[in-house]
Design a protein around this ligand. Structure first.
Ligand SMILES: [Zn+2]
Ligand SMILES: [Zn+2]
Length: 143
């Protein structure tokens, strides 16, 4: 938690109890939680917490760069803490399974764009969808 506390202090914002709780829930989870799932877990530890507070905390944590929101093929966002290694997502259209993967080539492309076009890329995210190994068609083979 120390690194976060430091980041929050330097950004001039206070880490309120609720924001800390939301951050801890995201840190402890290996999944990509949406706001309702975060709310359920938060309520188990603080029965007085409201859904509006969860949304507010997520918004602020996002602004502070501690949390990222991804739209993973559904109409609501999924949240995770910002990680040092940028990664991308695959979502299974049938079972909803999310697979994370790294793609350094994408970062290379962003770097090339910076050099050739002078673009300052602030966010890189690749989202693939399709069918996971258990859901794909029988006889499917990778090309
Ligand atoms: Zn699947
Ligand atoms: Zn992820």
């Amino acid at each position: 938690m120390d690194e976060y506390t430091e980041q929050i202090r330097s950004s001039g914002r206070r880490l309120t109890r609720q924001r800390k709780l939301v951050l801890e829930i995201l840190e402890a989870s290996q999944e990509h939680l949406d706001a309702d799932m975060i709310y359920d877990r938060a309520r188990a530890r603080d029965p007085n917490i409201g859904l509006a507070t969860i949304y507010r905390s997520l918004g602020l944590l996002k602004e502070m760069g501690l949390v990222q929101e991804h739209r993973l093929g559904e109409n609501h966002g999924h949240f995770e803490t910002t990680q040092s290694t940028p990664h991308h997502h695959f979502t299974c259209l049938k079972c909803g399974r999310v697979v994370e993967f790294e793609a350094p080539q994408v970062m290379d492309a962003a770097r090339t764009l910076c050099k050739s076009e002078g673009l300052q890329v602030t966010e890189v995210h690749l989202h693939l969808s399709g069918y996971c190994a258990s859901c794909r068609e029988d006889g499917f083979a990778c090309e």
